[in-house]
Design a protein around this ligand. Structure first.
Ligand code: GAF
Length: 385
């Protein structure tokens, strides 16, 4: 039975009615890491790993939510939308945004589950939030704009999960388009679909299997360090409102006045923003070698200056450096674990996976999981045929 069929049959069995189905994808980010909350540029894409959700009204004031993956039901009422622990926050957080915005909801049931690996940095939480947002909008015929749904997902993450994330993950998951990346300006939210022709290469994710518990607090700390940097730069350049407005020269002139850590964080963000622009040029020219070199540089900045990598991710990236079948590799997402993104020759993908898995097992005693991913459409209704 396919996953959406399983969602439907579980729904029928548990809640006894026919659900409306939604499909919501995870995302990769080609380049532009930790630039979104600095009002910079990103280049993400939705991928063919999904969360499927079923919804129906239940004519009560109670909401019953069942997670297939956790085999657990949680219940809440719309009058009591306060953060709890675990996955339910991503559902309640979005419902709270709807209520806060003045939309009238009634009790509903929801079953969800999917194949986006959890904690692998592929934005399973953004996919879930978006799925809940679109599902509720459809179920209650609210006709909410996609961009508003994206904002609700982000705010749910801030208020209920306590992660002060940028907008990239939910934007990519919601707005994604088959075979196109999204070139997004995180200040104006202007975006363009960006065709990526990989020729005889493909995306391959190597999941380190590591997810550090301090990742959320470290993420918020990086955000705060960038804010401190902006505040110090503003004393000299009052027109600056984010790191997006600062160039490398300006920052260098202020080096002595910034704490060393803050300087390195800001310097990374400024360079990464520049790399997104240069990467787009390289991709437009189908120059995958040049693009691959930017991936490696991005990783170096994330590891050395932004300090969000870890030995496992560094190992996975370093392992690829001299391999002719790999054009580029870097850690992806917030960091401290999760996946590396690799641009690998299709013909050598299996050979590469075997080689890197053996080396990783040997070094860390961890069984590497590798996923070949394709770029797909964003969150939408799903119809069973
Ligand atoms: C996480 C966040 F949720 C994103 O907003 C982004 O900042 C990313 O880390 C780093 O680029 O996925």
């Amino acid at each position: 039975m396919s996953l959406p069929q399983l969602i439907r049959s579980t729904f029928l069995e548990k809640y006894g009615s026919e659900p409306l189905l939604i499909r919501s994808p995870g995302r990769i980010n080609l380049i532009g890491e930790h630039t979104d909350y600095n009002e910079g540029f990103v280049l993400p894409a939705a991928i063919d790993k999904y969360i499927y959700l079923g919804f129906a009204k239940n004519a009560s004031g109670t909401c019953r939510i069942y997670s297939l993956d956790f085999e657990e039901e949680q219940i809440f009422t719309l009058e009591e939308l306060k953060p709890r622990n675990g996955w339910i926050n991503f559902v309640m957080g979005v419902a709270a945004q709807f209520v806060g915005a003045g939309y009238v909801l009634e009790g509903f049931d929801c079953v969800f589950g999917g194949d986006i690996p959890i904690g692998a940095g592929l934005s399973s939480s953004a996919a879930l939030e978006n799925g809940v947002g679109l599902g509720l909008s459809e179920l209650f015929a609210l006709r909410i704009e996609k961009l508003d749904l994206v904002r609700y997902s982000q705010q749910a993450e801030h208020d209920f999960a306590g992660v002060k994330c940028g907008i990239m993950d939910m934007f990519a998951s919601m707005m994604g388009k088959k075979e196109q990346a999204l070139r997004l300006d995180c200040r104006s939210l202007d975006f363009a679909y960006f065709p990526v022709d990989l020729g005889n290469y493909q995306w391959l994710l190597c999941d380190s299997g590591v997810s550090h518990s301090l990742a959320d607090s470290a993420y918020n700390k990086r955000r705060e360090e960038c804010r401190q940097g902006v505040a110090l730069v503003q004393a000299h350049h009052p027109n600056v409102s984010s790191l997006r407005d600062v160039d490398a020269e300006q920052l260098k002139l202020l080096k002595d006045q910034l704490p060393g850590t803050v300087f390195r964080r800001c310097s990374y963000v400024i360079q990464e923003n520049e790399r997104v622009i240069q990467s787009c040029e390289a991709l437009e020219q189908n120059d995958l070698d040049r693009f691959g070199a930017y991936l490696y540089r991005s990783h170096e900045g994330l590891s050395q200056d932004y300090e969000v990598s870890c030995p496992e991710l560094d190992f996975l990236v370093d392992f690829t450096r001299d391999l002719s079948e790999v054009a580029g590799s870097r850690m992806m997402g917030g960091g401290f674990g999760g996946c590396t993104l690799n641009l690998v020759k299709k013909s050598a993908s299996q050979f590469f996976t075997e080689k890197i898995s053996a080396a990783y097992q040997n070094r860390f005693g961890i069984q590497l999981k590798a996923y070949e991913v394709n770029v797909v459409d964003g969150t939408k209704r799903h119809f069973l045929h």
